[in-house]
Design a protein around this ligand. Structure first.
Ligand code: ADP
Length: 331
């Protein structure tokens, strides 16, 4: 599909160049032919004014003049045809590369879209397949009792929760992808941070993790709801990837030219080799997939990054595997 688009665009470019080149050539040919005719006509008229040397002289002169006009016109025609052929070949080569360069970003975004659709379908299919298999196996069991049915329903509910989480993450990505800055208002940064802490307090309690907060009033232009979303993602990760009983710290720091919100945890940390990929959609470091199997789909940080981009913020990460991570959101 991409190749045929390149070919079509190349043909279009060549067509435009050739229309211009041929039009110029036709105009040039007409003007030059007229000039040649006029120039030779002037010569003949000048010679006609000389003393007569017999009638045949003028006739010969007229014949030679016509031959010269024909020859010059033919030469001009040939040169213009060669010139247009050269333009055709060189514009075809240049247009092909130009078309490739023009369509490259579209090809890349199509590839990313396809990869995303494939990853999303795969992630959606996994819990569905698990549920289907469990239900089929249990339906085949003629002696299925209430306890087993209850276990089946509990397990199905777990898979449904995963599906719910995944679909809501996908919806958020779609929502923030098309959102723009127009709804921004002046807000105190401490407010979305506090709301985020409130939201994750329950899961922190479940792991006996304490969240310490050092918050200052800092006014920025932004959207309170999406910033709360961003801070929830960072806090949720800090809790998810930290051992039981550890500490997570949140701080708002005011610098000369920036304000920073810093999230520090003492969890599993991120390996240097994973660092360049953690903001990619569906990317999860091995540590999240294996061992205790920490829940998630690798979408949180991509959503966080998108919200940060909307606010012209940067997210910086520093981390040491086994020691912990520090995520800094700089406004
Ligand atoms: P998820 O947490 O659902 O896997 P994210 O996009 O939020 O997806 O994070 C991507 C990956 O980055 C995670 O799988 C994890 O390996 C790593 N990561 C993110 N935050 C932390 C953190 N605070 N500590 C350690 N690893 C983290």
């Amino acid at each position: 599909m991409f190749h045929s688009a390149v070919v079509k665009l190349t043909l279009l470019y060549v067509l435009i160049v050739m229309i211009i080149s041929i039009s110029f050539s036709v105009v040039l040919y007409n003007i030059s032919s007229q000039e040649i005719g006029r120039g030779l006509g002037r010569q003949t008229r000048a010679l006609q004014g000389m003393p007569p040397n017999g009638n045949s002289f003028i006739d010969d002169l007229e014949k030679i003049r016509n031959e010269q006009i024909d020859e010059s016109s033919q030469n001009l025609k040939n040169n213009l045809v060669y010139f247009n052929l050269i333009i055709l070949v060189s514009s075809a080569i240049a247009s092909y590369f130009l078309a490739k360069i023009t369509l490259r970003p579209i090809e890349e975004s199509m590839e990313a879209q396809n990869r995303f659709t494939a990853d999303a379908s795969h992630e959606l299919r996994t819990p569905l397949t698990a549920m289907k298999t469990e239900i089929e196996v249990n339906l085949r069991d003629k002696n299925l009792d209430v306890k087993e049915a209850r276990e089946l329903l509990t397990s199905n509910l777990e898979e449904i929760n995963k599906l719910e989480y995944l679909s809501s993450a996908l919806l958020k990505l779609a929502k923030f992808d098309k959102e723009n800055k127009k709804d921004f208002e002046k807000i105190n940064l401490a407010e979305p941070v506090e709301s985020a802490i409130e939201k994750v307090n329950k899961i922190a309690d479940q792991k006996s993790i304490t969240i310490s907060a050092k918050l200052k009033k800092a006014e920025i232009l932004g959207d309170q709801q999406s910033l709360t979303e961003l801070f929830i993602i960072l806090l949720d990760n800090a809790i998810k990837y930290s051992p039981r009983g550890s500490k997570v710290a949140v701080e708002i720091k005011k610098l000369d030219r920036h304000t920073e919100v810093i999230f520090t945890d003492h969890g599993v940390g991120i390996k240097a080799s994973d660092m360049p990929h953690i903001f990619q959609r569906f990317y999860r470091a091995d540590v999240s997939r294996s061992k205790e199997k920490i829940d998630g789909y690798g979408l949180g940080l991509s959503i966080a990054k998108r919200i940060a981009e909307l606010h012209d913020e940067n997210i910086f990460v520093s981390s040491q595997a086994g020691k912990g991570s520090k995520f800094t959101v700089r406004f």
